[in-house]
Every structure is written in structure tokens, then in C-alpha cells.
Design a protein around this ligand. Structure first.
Ligand code: XMP
Length: 512
């Protein structure tokens, strides 16, 4: 859908900062899209981009297998900014020379700048973030060198007439002192962008387009109570009202009070057609006797699809299916030879054969924090908008080993206490994810004058920005102390509480 007046292309050469570049561009109020490096030139031309950014990447331009784009991309008359590998690729494609250095320049680097489109108005020296071994040793014809560091003779180069710009460092990371300004200079000065991309215009435009697509047809949405599916459902509801039916499958693996809360918000506050399917018994039956993590995940995923199909059948013909797919899902599913560590699933993994006319995915172009901004704007309550991530298989992967109703009840209570204490300490926005785990270990304790032989609960809390890597959160001891005291005193069946101090990697955030 057309959601912006002007847009920029981020051409992905495999760099780990690709999505970060896109985020930073959007912070400059310029809408942008990520496409793979092999995107055909004709497609790029047809999209009418105002600028193109070549990302970094782990390769060397002289390796045969390294990702490249055709040189014609540079000749489209669209301003181009190359970053790191992207800078070297620009030099290579235009006849300059890239060489391997003996020293790897990595981390914070004092860099000096000369005036030019990217750097005019900035101090002559500042810190940039470098991460490279290769460097541009000879600039292509027509370029001038506009920045240097001690180890890097061409930390930046420009060909202002052709509107080609290249930086060896990473302007997108926060350690580069004037990184954001440098990106702004490229977008505003070189590309002529106005920077008028706003989330409010997004919501209005999305509602208008959903209405146009759906007309008076029916839409069906699987609501999980997570941020993405909630925001998607509310947008569609604004567009088509009662022609939207949401199905909320309560698999009994939710946190304390969560199911009722979702029902209250969507049925009462938003007055939506909501079907809550109480499928707790079915899921528990499928989980009986299953203790292997992947089998648990599979059993839940399959049962979820079955319940959903049954509900869909009851409703008769479905015209459109609404899903809360967001941009990182789209980009990540486009790549991916990565090893399967865990088979993640959520309501995104719905059957494609239930016979609907089309998919409505209003958040396909947004990053998570943008989805949250839209959510707040639509009046979704803040606790839901800021809800921490919760895995599709729910508490089943936090009860280690076989899942039973009794174990789930113990875990739900312990988890609720931990969440209450984190919120009371004002840590709920700084800690990225926090929860309790029933470890399956039974331990001896003493309560009153008697011996107990009960459950060991682990507390897990992490900080992370992308959930790919994570560090354990340094929660103050007094918060841990209070949580531990409350859990052993208030939750029957728990006599030891542990705090997990492993990062990811080597651990993962969830235990199964
Ligand atoms: P791991 O445990 O792989 O988790 O370090 C990374 C993030 O993903 C969440 N997670 C899931 N989310 N469906 C989801 O929607 C799943 O099956 C699933 N498994 C893990 C996890 O909570 C963490 O935020």
C-alpha cells in the first residue's frame, strides 16, 4: 500500500545493522523499505525512491560470492549512500580500489571531517564507530575524500554532482556521535526529502485502505492479546466495524488474569465481535505425557490450528484473514538459513487452506516501536501496548517437563508476584522480559518446624533490544528478596527461588 509521499530504499548486503539503518531513517521521518541486494534494477526504478542506502556486510568485495548489485543501480539518478561494505562496493563498482589492511579497525574511532554535503555544520573532529578490515585505498574518479581516521585514509568520500556518498563508519549506531545528523544530511540535503512521515498519517491511511480493500466483506482475525495482533485488529475494526470477527483461543497457558483482560478490553472497550474459545482442556489433553520441548511446541501449534479451523468453519465463508505480521517478520522470513534452535510459532502461523480471499496485514511495514505508537494513538490501554513479549506456546514452555494444570497454577501465581514486584519497583519498562519458570526440580526446605519437599522456581529477567542476544538484568537485591519472600510465603508448593544469571547466548531467553 502507498503509505508515504516519499520513501528511501535500504539495500541489504547482509549487514547486522540493516534494520537499525531503516529505523534511523524512519526516525528522520522518512519512510523506508529494506530489499535484498539482488533486487532487479527495474523494480527499484519503478518504486520511485528518493534515495538508496547500501548497508554494510561481512564480506569482501573481491570475493566472488560476495553480494553485489548491478552498477546500473548507481546510474538511476537516485542519490546513493554506501555504508561500510556498501561504501567499498560503491568504490569497487565505480573503478576505485579496495584493499585489505593488516589492522582491523574496530570500535570508537577519532575521525576528522571536511565540509561537504554530509558533514557541513558538524565539528571538524568527532567519534565514529568503525568495524572493518578492508578499506578504500583509491577513490574512484570524480570523488573527493571527506573524512579520515588514523588507520583509514578514506573514512568518507563524496561525488556531489552525481550524488554518490560513502562512509566507512556506521552512522546508524549510537556510538557515532553525529550519526543521526549525517543520515539527516543525506536524506534532506542530498535526496531532498521533506521528512513528513508520521505515525498518525499512517493510521488514517491504513484505515482508509483497509476499508477500500474489504468493502462490505467479512474479516476474521486471530487475537492473541499480544501487541501486534491487538493493534492490527483495532485498525481493521476502525475500518470495518462489526464486519470483523476476532477469535481469541484461550489455551489455558496464559498468565494470571490475562484471558479475562483481553476479553474485557476488546469486547467492552472496543465493542468488537469477539469469540473467546475456552480450549484449556483440549490443550492439556494434548500435552499429557509430553515432556520434550519441541514436541510440546508442535502439539500446541497443531492444536491451535485445529481450534482455529473449527471456529472458522462455524462462521461460514471467510473473505479476509487479518494478521499482525510486522516488518521484522517479513524481513527475517525472507532470509534464513539459520539453524532451528526452537520452532517459534504464534498466531502468524495459521493455515493457508481455510479458503479466504486475501490477507489483511496492516502492520507489515512497521517496526515494533512504531506498532506501539499506533496502538497508543488508537486508544489501546498502555499496559497492553507495552506488554512484554509472550511466546505463542505460553506457560507450557515455562513448566519444564510435562505440563499439568496443577503445575500451571503454581507457576501462574509465582509469575504474577514477580511481575507485580518488577512493576512496583518501576522496572517494567527497563527490563525487556521477565518471568518465572517452574524448573521441575523438587527441593527440601523447612517451614515452621517441618520439612518440605517442594518446587524450585527460577526467575528470569533480561535486557535486550532485539531478543537475538540478551543479558541478564541487574535487578536490585531488595526487589529479588521481596519477590522470593512473597513467592515462598504466598504460593503453596514452592520452597526455593533461584535467579538466573546467564546471558543469551549461550542460554536462550526461554528455557524450552
Ligand atoms: P528465545 O527463547 O529463543 O526467545 O531466546 C527469544 C524471544 O522469542 C520469544 N519466543 C517466542 N515468541 N512464539 C513467539 O511468538 C514462540 O514460539 C516463541 N518462543 C520464544 C521469547 O519469549 C523471547 O522474547
Amino acid at each position: 500500500m502507498k503509505i508515504a509521499n516519499e520513501k528511501v530504499l535500504v539495500l541489504d548486503f547482509g549487514g547486522q545493522y540493516c534494520q537499525l539503518i531503516a529505523r534511523r531513517v524512519r526516525d528522520c521521518k522518512v519512510y523506508c523499505e529494506i530489499k535484498p541486494s539482488h533486487t532487479p534494477v527495474e523494480q527499484i526504478r519503478a518504486e520511485g525512491y528518493k534515495g538508496i542506502i547500501f548497508t554494510g556486510g561481512p564480506n569482501s568485495v573481491y570475493e566472488e560470492s560476495s553480494p553485489k548489485c548491478p552498477a546500473e543501480v548507481l546510474e538511476l539518478g537516485i542519490p546513493v549512500l554506501g555504508i561500510c561494505y556498501g561504501a567499498q562496493l560503491m568504490a569497487y563498482l565505480l573503478g576505485g580500489k579496495v584493499s585489505a589492511s593488516q589492522v582491523k579497525e574496530y570500535g570508537k574511532t577519532e575521525t576528522s571531517f571536511q565540509p561537504g554535503t554530509l558533514f557541513s555544520g558538524l565539528p571538524p573532529r568527532s567519534v565514529t564507530w568503525m568495524s572493518h578490515t578492508d578499506y578504500i585505498s583509491t577513490v574512484p574518479e570524480g570523488f573527493s575524500v571527506t573524512a579520515q581516521s588514523e588507520a583509514c585514509p578514506v573514512a568518507a568520500m563524496e561525488h556531489d554532482e552525481k550524488k554518490w556518498y560513502a562512509v566507512q563508519f556506521h552512522p546508524e549506531v549510537e556510538h557515532t556521535e553525529y550519526g543521526q545528523q549525517i543520515l539527516e544530511h543525506f536524506l534532506y540535503r542530498a535526496c531532498g526529502c521533506k521528512g513528513d512521515w508520521e505515525m498518525s498519517s499512517f493510521a488514517q491511511e491504513a484505515v482508509r485502505q483497509i476499508r477500500e480493500t474489504v468493502g462490505d466483506k467479512k474479516v476474521f482475525c486471530a487475537l492473541s492479546g499480544g501487541v501486534d495482533s491487538s493493534v492490527a485488529a483495532v485498525l481493521v475494526h476502525k475500518a470495518v466495524g462489526k464486519n470483523l470477527t476476532c477469535v481469541f483461543v484461550d489455551h489455558g497457558l496464559l498468565r494470571k488474569n490475562e484471558g479475562d483482560e483481553v476479553e474485557r478490553i476488546f469486547r467492552e472497550q472496543f465493542d468488537m465481535n469477539l469469540i473467546r474459545v475456552n480450549a484449556q482442556d483440549r490443550f492439556l489433553a494434548k500435552l499429557a505425557g509430553v515432556s520434550e520441548p519441541e514436541q510440546k511446541r508442535k502439539a500446541i501449534g497443531e492444536e491451535f490450528i485445529r481450534v482455529f479451523e473449527e471456529e472458522a468453519k462455524k462462521l461460514g465463508k471467510i473473505d479476509y484473514l487479518c494478521q499482525g505480521t510486522i516488518y521484522p517478520d517479513v524481513v527475517e522470513s525472507g532470509t534464513g538459513d539459520a539453524a532451528v534452535i526452537k520452532s517459534h510459532h504464534n498466531v502468524g502461523g495459521l493455515p493457508k487452506d481455510i479458503g479466504f480471499r486475501g490477507l489483511i496485514e496492516p502492520l507489515r511495514d512497521l517496526f515494533k516501536d512504531e506498532v506501539r505508537r499506533v496502538g497508543l494513538e488508537l486508544g489501546i490501554p498502555a499496559p497492553l501496548v507495552w506488554r512484554q513479549p509472550f511466546p505463542g506456546p505460553g506457560l507450557a514452555i515455562r513448566v519444564l517437563g510435562e505440563v499439568t494444570r496443577e503445575k500451571l497454577d503454581v507457576l501462574r501465581e509465582a509469575d504474577a508476584i514477580f511481575r507485580e514486584e518488577i512493576a512496583a519497583a518501576g522496572l517494567d519498562r527497563t527490563v525487556s522480559q521477565y518471568f518465572a519458570v517452574l524448573t521441575g526440580i523438587r527441593s527440601v526446605g523447612v517451614m515452621g518446624d517441618g520439612r518440605t519437599y517442594e518446587n524450585t522456581v527460577a526467575l528470569r529477567a533480561v535486557t535486550t533490544s532485539d531478543f537475538m542476544t540478551a543479558d541478564w538484568a541487574r535487578i536490585p537485591y531488595d526487589v529479588l528478596e521481596k519477590t522470593s519472600n512473597r513467592i515462598v510465603n504466598e504460593v503453596a508448593g514452592v520452597n526455593h527461588v533461584l535467579y538466573d544469571i546467564t546471558s543469551k547466548p549461550p542460554a536462550t531467553i526461554e528455557y524450552e
